[in-house]
Design a protein around this ligand. Structure first.
Ligand code: BES
Ligand code: ZN
Length: 632
């Protein structure tokens, strides 16, 4: 019996240890942990490589174990080690076999007393975390551009390091570029630095590897407030500055809710359109897609989101990618609160309702295992687990706790949570323990109303989940119905007076009327003929010129509908969009939708063949898979 208990204990301890281990890194930080990185590169546009050194300062708990870092497609030239950071001696290294998802471990034996390791290396032109843009892919068309995207596990394709969010490092960097270009990093950037092709950076706060970022191009800076500003190409900078001029207000609003902004400056870099994401919360310097520049600030919730990560994600960080919902669920929740504070409750409600709808639509297509917040990603590429679940389900969970305990209590809890775990990387278990001790256990009667385990470990949504709705959307639906029932002409739909969010809801609502989803169980007779659907699409297009809309979210929705209803007049616009925008959230569903019919698939492949060389490696990997692109 005693033995059995002991065995059980060992098994549980082993399982817990496994849970703490990051399955997406070869590093063993419990033996040797990197604390600081000094980077030095030449940015070689003609060869599409970074070439230079990474000098890692380590803390050793074991005096015998080697340093193991992650790499992917790096060319390691030589390594040196040092005991004092002044004299370096040649060292040995081995590069293990390369795994398709994880890349290859680089193992460096450490001599007695060695605390520094310098790695001389260069990246490969196909590095998954870098994109090299030809001048034609920029707004200026004259100079090349490059940028990095490290999340989730792409930092290892441009820096040999312990590429797990459980390890935090400070860093310094020196970057040499062509003389007329500017380099910026997720660090202290001096906007007035002379443009001489030689730039230095310092990040004094410890950050996980996925937040190390660099961009180089013909960039200008515009101040937006005392500690906020924007970088963009000269052709874009005015538009960007106008669109983003509520940024300072957002920082103030977030500080009021969750405590001081701890990173000094908050700048935004507006990238060329091939940037594969909406935004990336690189500390001190959010990277953003130009597709948020709608002209009316209607898409700036993206800034609220990336800014919110300065608390949820960059300050308190997911320890492994299975804890990703701690980053994104909290951030979507904070984003809603910032939107409410800056733009009012109606706007926040609309955005929450759109979020719920997106979650429900996507969950209808997901396997159970991908609907779980504490998702098991062992053996999988973390980029694959990228769905609305960690975002929207994660946020709904927090809304549920908020509504149950009341805002004042929940706000106090969140503030103390961010302070308690500041500059730490934590697991879902650590969050749950903290939640239990600091909120749930203080009021067991209220706690009993939130099915924590169901939220965290089960697929789907609990029956008691909040269902955000928007009164404005109810009015939109009424107008849409009146038009669909032929009671008013399309010109009487007040679309011009609606916000972007109302327009998006209108389009989604119309689409579900044109083509009721199979699950809606409506009588088969409600299906409209193809001719009728095209006629209705044409009416809307003539009334509101949707095919030419300059709002990326609206035009994306419209193009999806155009594919679904085979509305030909939008087909040139579809091609133009797919050839000029690289944001994965837009282009991936468009290709997927096209590929549902044989003719559509032909068209998708023809466009993709031309567009693929302009897309980011991360977008290419996803779309190659979706389209079964030859060679995959
Ligand atoms: N950190 C994410 C982007 C990300 C996640 C990149 C995982 C790579 C792997 C960023 O904060 C984000 O969530 N961006 C969203 C926009 C946001 C408003 C929901 C995006 O890019 O769509
Ligand atoms: Zn995010």
């Amino acid at each position: 019996m005693k033995r059995l208990v002991y065995c059980l204990f060992v098994m549980i301890a082993f399982a817990m240890n496994l849970a703490a281990q990051d399955v997406h890194s070869y590093a063993k930080p419990s033996a040797v942990r990197v604390k600081h990185v000094d980077l030095d590169w030449d940015v070689l546009f003609d060869q599409k490589i970074l070439k230079g050194t990474a000098t890692l300062t380590v803390e050793r708990s074991s005096q015998t174990e080697p340093l193991i870092v992650d790499t992917r497609d790096l060319k390691i030239e030589r390594v040196e080690t040092s005991t004092n950071g002044v004299e370096y001696a040649p060292g040995t290294f081995t590069v293990g076999t390369s795994d398709k998802i994880l890349g290859a471990p680089l193992t460096i034996p450490l001599p007695a007393g060695a605390t520094r390791v310098r790695i001389h290396y260069s990246t490969s032109p196909g590095a998954s975390g870098l994109q090299w843009l030809a001048p034609a892919q920029t707004a200026g068309k004259k100079d090349p551009f490059m940028f990095t995207q490290s999340q989730a596990i792409h930092a290892r394709s441009w820096i040999p390091l312990q590429d797990t969010p459980a390890v935090r490092v400070t860093y310094n960097a020196r970057v040499r570029t062509p003389r007329n270009l500017l380099a910026v990093m997720s660090a202290e950037n001096d906007a007035r630095t002379p443009r001489d092709g030689d730039y230095s950076f310092r990040m004094r706060q410890p950050i996980p590897s996925y937040l190390i970022a660099l961009a180089v191009g013909d960039l200008r800076f515009r101040s937006l407030g005392p500690r906020t500003g924007v970088y963009a190409e000269p052709q874009v900078i005015d538009r960007a500055a106008r669109e983003l001029n509520d940024t300072e207000k957002m920082v103030v609003a977030t500080e009021r809710l969750y405590g001081l902004y701890r990173w000094g400056r908050y700048d935004i870099l507006v990238l060329p359109p091939s940037f594969p994401f909406g935004g990336m919360e690189n500390p001190r310097l959010t990277f953003a897609t130009p597709t948020i520049l709608a002209g009316d600030k209607s898409l700036v919730s993206l800034v609220a989101h990336e800014l919110a990560h300065s608390w949820s994600g960059n300050l308190v960080t997911n320890a492994t990618w299975r804890d990703f919902w701690l980053n994104e669920g909290f951030t979507v929740y904070l984003e809603g609160r910032i939107q409410e504070a800056v733009y009012g409750r109606a706007r926040a409600q609309m955005e929450a309702a759109l979020g719920l709808r997106e979650l429900q639509d996507e969950m209808a297509t997901l396997e159970d295992r991908d609907e779980i917040l504490h998702v098991d990603l062992a053996g999988r590429d973390p980029d694959e687990g990228f769905t609305n679940v960690p975002y929207q389900k994660g946020a709904l969970f927090l809304v549920h706790v908020e509504q149950t305990f009341g805002r004042p209590r929940f706000d106090r809890f969140l503030r103390s949570y961010f302070n308690h775990f500041a500059f730490q990387s934590i697991t879902t278990e650590q969050f749950l323990t903290y939640l239990k001790q600091n909120l749930l256990d203080k009021d067991p009667a209220l706690a009993a109303r939130v099915p924590i385990d169901e939220w965290i470990s089960k697929p789907g949504l609990p029956a008691s989940a909040p269902k955000p709705t928007s009164p404005a959307f109810a009015r939109v639906e009424e107008q849409a119905q009146r038009w669909l029932r032929n009671e008013i002409p399309p010109t009487q739909i007040p679309l011009a007076r609606w916000t972007t969010q109302e327009r998006l809801h209108f389009l989604k609502f119309v689409q579900s009327a044109l083509e009721p989803p199979p699950s809606s169980g409506g009588p088969a007779g409600t299906q409209l003929s193809h001719t009728e659907r095209v006629r209705l699409m044409g009416e809307l297009d003539r009334a509101f010129n949707l095919t030419r809309s300059g709002n990326s979210e609206v035009v994306f929705q419209w193009l999806m509908m155009s594919i679904q209803n085979k509305y030909e007049p939008a087909s040139a616009r579809l091609e133009e969009f797919l050839l000029s925008v690289g944001r994965r959230k837009f282009i991936r569903p468009l290709y997927q939708e096209l590929a549902k019919t044989p003719e559509g698939r032909e068209r998708a492949l023809a466009i993709y063949r031309r567009a693929r060389p302009t897309y980011h490696p991360i977008a290419v990997t996803s779309i190659d898979q979706d389209l079964n692109w030859p060679g995959q």
